[in-house]
Design a protein around this ligand. Sequence first.
Ligand code: PMP
Length: 390
Amino acid sequence: MKFDGWLNRRLDKTKEVGLYRKLRTMNTAPRPVMSIDGQRQIVFSSNNYLGLANDKRLVNAAGTILHDFGVGSSGSRLTTGNSEWHEKLEERIASFKQTEAALLLSSGYLANVGVLSSLPEKGDVILSDQLNHASIIDGCHLSKADTVIYNHVDMDDLEEKLKETESYQRRFIVTDGVFSMDGTIAPLDMIMSLAKHYHAFVIVDDAHATGVLGDDGRGTSEYFAVFPDVVIGTLSKAIGTEGGFVAGSKVLIDFLLNHARTFIFQTAIPPSICAASYAALEIIEHSKEKRKLLVSKVKQIKTSLEEMGYTVKGDYTPIIPVIIGDTEMAVIFSNRLQEKGIYAPAIRPPTVPIGESRIRLTVTSDHSFKEVDYLLESFNLIGKELNLIN
Ligand code: PMP
């Protein structure tokens, strides 16, 4: 192609800074032990927190509707893509999130971009946590409102910035519920108090908290017993399927249906996926034991790694970042894990700050205690071999 030379030069630069990525092929369905590029690996990097992506109840729910409705939705929600299953799922999401209404989009990414690019207007300001997900950052870029970044979960800095932005028409605080690279839980109770005091709106991206946090798995709102103005989520993590959603007031949903471009101009997700997601929510509400089991594994992993001498970030969420520090060392560590049959990627700058390269572990309720023990044993051996721990 005419531009291959130019693109190859750009790719060379990507390689030079150690950011070249390539795909790996999964040869089996999502589960704790998978074949990846033909190799048996225990996977500690999936978002399938409750093991639902491959749950027979979801597969059967999707299968029935697949036969009735076909494989594709055939249009955007506002043309021919809206089925009774989309509406049923939206009602179910609203009752799950305890809001008046909900809106389905094709992904959590598009839900964030849709909300942030349509809701705040010119003359408004978005106050965004420094470690928010890329889709929030991209939504802020598309918005006509200004964006001000506050330090990660730093409530003093947020308050400072709320004071500095008093002249704006409206203020929106946007935060991940659980941060995807650090596993921190946003202090939503404090954010809500500040928002009340300074008359700001709160938008929460609950991608990693939905299904996981709160007694019934409703997410950070349930965990802190608060009601943010806008709750965004994805179906692609604990829920185990595909798609994104926004939950909030009926007026908010009506507004987004009319103004969010990522809703208006996208093809609807297939009805079969809606049916599977509906089945997942029924299961999630009754999965207290699974959530407890998940937290107990998280605690075991965190405590054991800390006892070995590792620095482990985050709160008790399924995201467990183990700080290695040096970028090359993090890659070597991840490769050594892979040789031992454990799949857990190294996360490097610019995704994380320089000097904070890490192995980002995620654990699911389906991992056996034997698999967890093997993970810990491997961290102990590799850490000693690489002189990272004593
Ligand atoms: N928000 C957060 C915090 C995420 O981690 C992700 C997925 N990595 C998304 C949004 C995007 O969700 P989806 O995969 O459904 O597009």
